[in-house]
Ligand binder design. Structure first.
Ligand code: GLY
Length: 388
């Protein structure tokens, strides 16, 4: 194990530069600034306005658990348990609400085919110890009065909640500033090395000195300037389109987070209704498509025909940071002082508290938490002399 992986980096309170001002970068910056570190977060554009802005904000470790992802589920469920304390700390430090809602999440089946899938997911998720409640069609419609009358069945996960991701962004910016951290927007930072370790970041001609550089640039992480090839994270943009409709908050059409077979549907406190999301491999193309919008509206309409009456307020295009194995990339690299916090794919908001805890603990104490061992950046490295 190299020094960078076992010792506090740059003393108890190293100078930290974070590349990327999404929720992950802002969250790490906030936590470290709170601990007394001089921290600057750099964003190439407007902080928090990429994947963090386009997210759904679902804290859905339960209903998103899939066969083959049991290890990731452990991390997701740990993070879900950290969310309540994270929420209170963030609200206290920022003085802002973050739209946390704890009504639970409902998964619905609309056809007989969906019902088979629903039964399979229900049994699998229960086998992980997730508390679920099977609902008849009548019971599902009692809880969601505007759900399609033809609904076959549903199940309910009371532990899966939501936050308003955009309010989380605003709160993190505020909390970072209050803790003494600095946010520099429209500042594209590259890693600056000297003597084989990080020396800081470069923004044009300016060098900003730092003992530790955290790469938290989401889908842009692979392209961060100055990264040696062997530590460049294998992250690509996985495009998602989503929609915001407007409900009457006094008589909301939808009351819980709903997983319908072809869309997820998220009601916000202020009456916005989010419908998400497509999953596309189209690079960084920001243009929404008719097909994307159509499939989201159709997927939602099948569950809630009443959306026909709602105003379509916004079409959003975002880029999930997808890694080669779809799991996050967390922790130290072979370059001393260089730390990764990227590749969160579909789970950036859910994994925010555990990422902040793990990365800040490593930077402050030099310890890699067992929870993130499986996500170390070096897992993608080819073994020396290994094969063609
Ligand atoms: N976490 C939801 C999505 O990526 O669409």
């Amino acid at each position: 194990m190299s020094v960078s992986q076992s010792m506090p980096l740059g003393g108890d309170c190293p100078r930290v530069a974070v590349i990327g001002g999404g929720v992950i970068g802002l969250g790490i910056g906030w936590r470290l600034a709170r601990a007394g570190c001089p921290v600057t977060v750099f964003d190439r554009d407007e902080a928090g306005h990429s994947a963090s802005w386009a997210a759904g904000g679902m804290l859905a470790a339960g209903v998103e658990a899939e066969p083959g992802e049991e290890v990731l589920w452990n991390l997701a469920s740990r993070s879900q348990h950290l969310w309540p304390d994270f929420r209170y700390a963030l609200q206290a430090d920022s003085g802002r609400d973050i739209g946390y809602r704890d009504e639970g999440t409902m998964v619905v089946a609309l056809t007989r085919d969906d019902l088979e899938q629903l039964r399979f997911n229900y049994e699998f998720q229960r086998s992980l110890g997730i508390e679920l409640e099977w609902l008849s069609s009548t019971e599902a419609r009692r809880r969601e009065p505007y759900l399609n009358t033809g609904t076959a069945a549903a199940y309910f996960c009371k532990g899966d909640h939501q936050v308003d991701n955009r309010q989380v962004v605003e709160a993190l910016k505020k909390a970072l500033a209050k803790a003494g951290g600095v946010l520099r927007e429209r500042a594209e930072a590259a890693v600056e090395l000297a003597g084989g370790r990080v020396a800081g970041v470069r923004i044009g001609d300016e060098v900003h000195k730092a003992d530790v550089v955290v790469v938290a640039a989401g889908a842009w992480s692979r392209g961060v300037g100055g990264l040696p090839e062997e530590v460049r994270p294998p992250v690509r943009p996985v495009r998602g389109q989503l929609l915001y409709l407007r409900m009457n908050p006094a008589e909301p059409l939808v009351r819980h987070v709903i997983w319908a077979p072809k869309a997820y549907i998220i009601p916000r406190k202020d009456g916005r209704l989010l419908i998400g999301a497509t999953t596309e491999e189209r690079g960084f193309d920001t243009r929404p498509t008719a097909g994307g919008v159509f499939s989201l509206l159709e997927g939602c309409w099948r569950a809630f025909p009443g959306i026909e009456e709602l105003v379509l307020e916004e079409i959003v295009v975002g880029f999930r940071p997808g890694s080669r194995d779809d799991a996050p990339i967390l922790g130290p690299t072979s370059v001393e002082g260089l730390v990764m916090a990227t590749g969160h794919h579909r789970n950036g908001i859910l994994l925010l508290p555990v990422t902040v805890e793990a990365i800040s603990r490593f930077i402050l104490k030099g310890k890699v938490m067992p929870e993130i061992e499986a996500y170390r950046p070096d897992r993608f490295r080819k073994p020396a002399g290994g094969g063609p």
